[in-house]
Design a protein around this ligand. Structure first.
Ligand SMILES: C[S@@+](CC[C@H](N)C(=O)[O-])C[C@H]1O[C@@H](n2cnc3c(N)ncnc32)[C@H](O)[C@@H]1O
Length: 292
């Protein structure tokens, strides 16, 4: 008898994910199509990982996390990764660079949120991706035919975003880059009456905005309120908070407070867990919201 579980041929569209997430021992490894990027809190490579990598990883690179962000990872075993390469995730191609410093181009903890953006964005929608880093959410929205605006302080990351666009055969025309402070841009867009059908908010834990500082665990309501001012009626909001300091309930309270401040209501709200390979760690909170 055929098993119904196996009756559909699988569509494999992802070759990047977290392969080890050990929050207790503080060691993490991301798998990028056979190349592993290992990070540890300790300044010593955990030799036990080599058994896990045997026959699974083509190369293993390692970087202790508490070293200066710009420290390039060292090769522990396997073939040399001699420059940036491309990896498939959610059917899209992304440029990965182990030597890039801060992170190598793709945060694997956002994998299922990127997938969600691919599902929720519609052709012709205007989608705003804030704190965009290398533009992962923008690529997903653009691939379904949305018109994207990608906002980040860093011109380098905006260039990386455009590289990711070209890797996916996406023409940049009709897509916008907004270099500079997201808080400033949200105010400018609101003044200009520029609105979006979907907004992604994924701020770092701490950020500067002009003379002010933004802290995810303290200031999320004001960020959500700013986003509300540019969101079309019936639009969606993807809110993420990457911090252990803010519990899931407080996070939702903050976001809802920002929405209410603009006299908008919530039509639906989903709070999905992190991808399963993160083993129940909940540092990244997500709310997928549709507003009135
Ligand atoms: C944690 S990363 C965001 C990850 C991204 N959302 C993703 O899923 O790939 C934070 C990004 O925010 C940018 N950033 C930090 N503060 C900012 C600000 N005030 N305005 C605009 N971008 C900012 C940084 O340059 C960095 O690219």
């Amino acid at each position: 008898m055929r098993s119904t579980l196996n009756s559909q041929p699988p569509t494999l569209d992802t070759k990047a994910w977290r392969i080890l997430h050990d929050a207790r021992e503080e060691r993490w490894a991301d798998h990028f199509d056979g190349r592993w990027f290992v990070q540890t809190r300790e300044a010593r490579f955990p030799e036990a990982l080599l058994a896990l990598a045997e026959g699974v990883a083509e190369s293993v690179y390692w970087r202790p996390r508490d070293k200066a962000a710009a420290t390039a990872p060292v090769r522990i075993t396997g073939a040399e990764v001699d420059g940036p390469f491309t990896v498939l995730e959610n059917g899209a191609r992304f440029r990965i660079d182990f030597g890039a410093g801060y992170s190598c181009g793709l945060f694997t903890d956002q994998r299922l949120n990127r997938r969600w953006v691919r599902e929720v964005a519609k052709p012709g929608d205007r989608v705003l991706n804030t704190f965009a880093y290398t533009g992962g959410f923008s690529v997903m929205a653009a691939l379904v035919g949305a018109e994207t605006t990608t906002a980040d302080l860093s011109p380098h990351y905006l260039d990386w975003t455009w590289e990711n666009f070209s890797l996916n055969g996406l023409d940049r025309s009709g897509h916008h880059g907004a270099k500079g402070d997201v808080f400033g841009w949200l105010r400018t867009f609101a003044r200009q009456g520029r609105t979006f059908h979907g907004v992604v908010l994924d701020p770092p834990t701490f950020s500067r905005s002009g003379k002010d500082t933004f802290r995810t665990d303290r200031d999320y309501a004001s960020l959500a309120a700013l986003a509300m001012a540019v969101l079309e009626p019936g639009g969606w909001l993807l809110c993420c908070a990457n911090t252990h300091r803010l519990g899931a309930d407080s996070f939702q309270r903050e976001v809802f407070a920002g929405i209410r401040e603009r006299k908008r209501g919530v039509v639906s709200c989903e709070a999905p867990p992190m991808p399963p390979e993160f083993g129940g760690d909940g540092y990244l909170k997500t709310l997928r919201i549709v507003v009135e």
